[in-house]
Ligand binder design. Structure first.
Ligand code: ZN
Ligand code: ZN
Length: 418
């Protein structure tokens, strides 16, 4: 510790180090001899270095950190030829997939500027995202199927802090965002590992209750929402810690408050209104409302970012169907903070949500051992995208329906009652 630091700065440094250590020990549960691939925005270099240090202390054989820079991303939109927006660094993603196949773990540090691309041409943004999603999909498949242990944590960056705290000077905004991250990630006490053990146990009890009930569908009711989400056959609820196929128990998201499962791609009906704006790849989509028929979105509206939303829905056939449904109590710590983070890692843990696109094979009983065809036969959706958007609020009721239509109250006024 540097003696010239103010007590507040010294406190921040201790928490930053705890976040790095908890990410390595609980998020990844990194094993001796394991390789680690880290991605981070350049502003999160300090956290990336601390992660690297704790990874080597835990016995990592090699840590490779890949940094991204918003200015370089914007330079592309300003100066690259139009045809260049269908290009992605496939060689890099192939290398990542190769690393995971050879047993490397993966840690992502999120800290993106939620508005980075909001002034850019929606068509170019969507083409670039599409090319990237396609090139990334073999590596992403290994991550989302939990072939390896992985985790995502967050770092406060100036641009992100400005979005969350627009009325504060930059230094103060940054400090407030860091505090919110430390608190939501449960590293602001002296025993974060113990905190996470207790939190994981509580989420495991909740998933066990829902798995015992084997609901056929969930019914969501709130102002602007009357939605029935049929659940996939053999669906399984997940939440908190997961056991990856390499046998390592990891926490894929820090923070996490959700329990989630797989909807049936053809059994979603009704209408739903988003309860928070959705920040997607630098664009902000506000006041989303959509109508589903037989699992597919047949009507989509948004007050802002509607063009981006429509492009997203056109990505592929599965992009207008659901791949995830998640329940989060309205009293979750992130929800209670009252902040809108413009970042899915946080906002999805402040409210019940649904996700467009790809389903998780781990949200099926024995899903790890099922082929694509077997998963599809049970109702799993497939898509290049997976986008969570928030529908929960303090006035939302959720019922579980069995196959005869009998109802059980699951949530009332946003809180679990089951
Ligand atoms: Zn989720
Ligand atoms: Zn999701």
């Amino acid at each position: 510790m540097n003696l010239s630091m103010s007590p507040a700065a010294a406190g921040q440094a201790v928490k930053l180090d705890r976040l790095a250590e908890t990410a390595v020990r609980v998020g990844l549960n990194l094993r001796k001899g394991q390789e680690l691939v880290v991605t981070a925005p350049i502003e999160a270099l300090d956290l990336a270095r601390r992660v690297t240090e704790h990874a080597y202390r835990a016995g990592a054989s090699l840590v490779t950190v890949l940094l991204s820079d918003d200015e370089q991303t914007l330079a592309r939109y300003r100066h690259a030829p139009d045809e260049a927006f269908d290009v992605a660094p496939g060689w890099l993603y192939e290398g990542m997939a190769q690393a995971y196949k050879q047993g490397a773990a993966r840690l992502a540090i999120a800290g993106d500027d939620p508005r980075l691309l909001s002034a850019q041409d929606a068509d170019r943004v969507s083409r670039a995202n599409r090319a990237r999603s396609k090139a990334y999909s073999p590596a992403l498949e290994l991550i989302s199927s939990f072939a390896i242990n992985w985790t995502i944590i967050a770092a406060a960056t100036p641009a992100w802090a400005r979005c969350v705290f627009p009325n504060d000077p930059e230094d103060r905004a940054l400090e407030k965002l860091w505090d919110a991250i430390f608190s939501a990630s449960r590293v602001d006490g002296s025993d974060p590992v113990g905190e996470w053990t207790r939190h994981n146990a509580a989420l495991a009890r909740r998933t066990a209750t829902l798995n015992d009930r084997r609901f056929h569908a969930l019914h969501f009711k709130a102002q602007g929402t009357d939605l029935t989400v049929g659940l996939a056959d053999d669906h399984e609820w997940a939440g908190g810690a997961s056991t990856a196929k390499n046998g390592i128990v990891c926490n894929a998201n820090m923070p996490t408050e959700e329990v989630f499962t797989t909807p049936h791609r053809e059994r979603v009906n009704g209408y739903v209104r988003a309860s928070k704006p959705l920040s997607y790849m630098g664009a902000l989509i506000e006041d989303i409302s959509v109508r589903f028929e037989a699992g597919r979105i047949v009507e989509a509206n948004a007050r802002a970012g509607a063009d981006v939303l429509r492009k997203v829905l056109e990505t592929d056939e599965g992009a207008s169907r659901l791949g995830e449904v998640a329940l989060v109590p309205h009293a979750s710590p992130i929800s209670k903070s009252g902040l809108l983070f413009f970042n899915t890692l946080f906002d999805e843990n402040a409210a019940s949500h649904i996700a467009l696109g790809q389903a998780y094979s781990k949200c099926f009983v024995n899903g790890d051992r099922m082929s694509e065809t077997e998963l599809a036969a049970r109702g799993a959706n497939r898509s290049l995208i997976h986008i969570d958007w928030m529908i929960g609020s303090g006035d939302m009721d959720v019922d579980g329906l069995d196959s005869s239509g009998a109802r059980t109250a699951v949530m009332r006024q946003g809180e679990f009652v089951i």
